[in-house]
Design a protein around this ligand. Structure first.
Ligand SMILES: [Zn+2]
Length: 268
């Protein structure tokens, strides 16, 4: 246990060992603790001296995480082999806990985005749709991820991985938006290109698979805020049923001259 891995949110509801520089015991033993989320203090671990089996259920020490000391996460087999409970009996005292194996915590597209103390909280760009149509600015809001939803299939033969969609609870009240409210569960794309994870609506997801979106020439955003058919109506209100199969749009985040190319996929 010499590697200074920082034990982070991926360890929530797991057993960990930490080499504390000045532990409150004389033996040369690591701290053994169970990682949970304290409603006020955030990510924490409770336990004690690794050699004392009683510390699992009757912890003597609480460590706030992350902490810059060498540590490691115990595998389920090792924890079970050492007689550690899957969840200690004191855990309910700290209220509802996040899911144990949230895939978002190890999603490469989200690395570095989570709040250090609250391992499922991150900032997502929320909006009412294209500012050009709605007159409303986008807003960056805190969201607590609660689930992974279905994945958006990549176009056949495109060689791209499917896009993950996550569901999260909006933690703060948007200042000027009217289609999303605090406490609401929203869907977002973790790595849409551009600078931030992006809120997406059901209407957007419903037609996303029918379109190719070439990334913004400036920020790289490869999603749009409105469904492409809505964008087409905004730009060509008289086109009616003969909606264009390809159009360029100024990036909703960068503005002119940055643009995206939006193109309807050919049917296979
Ligand atoms: Zn852009």
């Amino acid at each position: 246990m010499t590697k200074a891995t920082s034990v982070d949110g991926a360890a929530v509801l797991r057993w960990i060992e930490l080499e504390l520089p000045e532990p409150p015991w004389r033996e040369r033993e690591p701290f053994l603790g169970f990682v949970y989320v304290d409603p006020q203090a955030g990510l924490s671990a409770k336990g004690g001296r690794a050699g004392d089996p009683q510390q699992a259920e009757q912890p003597s020490l609480t460590v706030r995480l992350p902490i810059g000391v060498p540590g490691r996460v115990l595998g389920d087999d090792e924890a079970g082999g050492r007689g550690l409970p899957a969840t200690p009996s004191w855990l309910p005292h700290f209220g509802p806990q996040p899911p144990a194996h949230g895939p978002w915590r190890t999603d490469p597209g989200l690395q570095g985005r989570f709040h250090a103390q609250f391992p499922d909280d991150l900032q997502v760009l929320v909006h009412d749709g294209e500012p050009r149509r709605t007159g409303k600015r986008t807003e960056l809001c805190w969201v607590r991820v609660v689930a992974e939803e279905a994945r958006l299939a990549a176009p056949a033969g495109a060689g791209e991985a499917a896009t993950r969609i996550y569901v999260g609870e909006l933690l703060n009240k948007p200042h000027g938006l009217s289609t999303v409210t605090a406490g609401e569960r929203i869907r977002f794309v973790p790595a849409p290109g551009g600078r931030h994870p992006l809120y997406v609506t059901a209407a957007y997801l419903a037609e996303r698979g029918e379109w190719d979106i070439a990334p913004c020439s400036s920020c790289g955003l490869a999603e749009t805020l409105d469904p492409p058919t809505v964008m087409a109506q905004t730009r060509f209100p008289d086109a009616g049923e003969t909606a264009p199969v390809m159009f360029t749009a100024h990036c909703a985040l960068c503005g002119p001259p940055a643009h995206q190319l939006v193109q309807r996929r050919r049917q296979p």
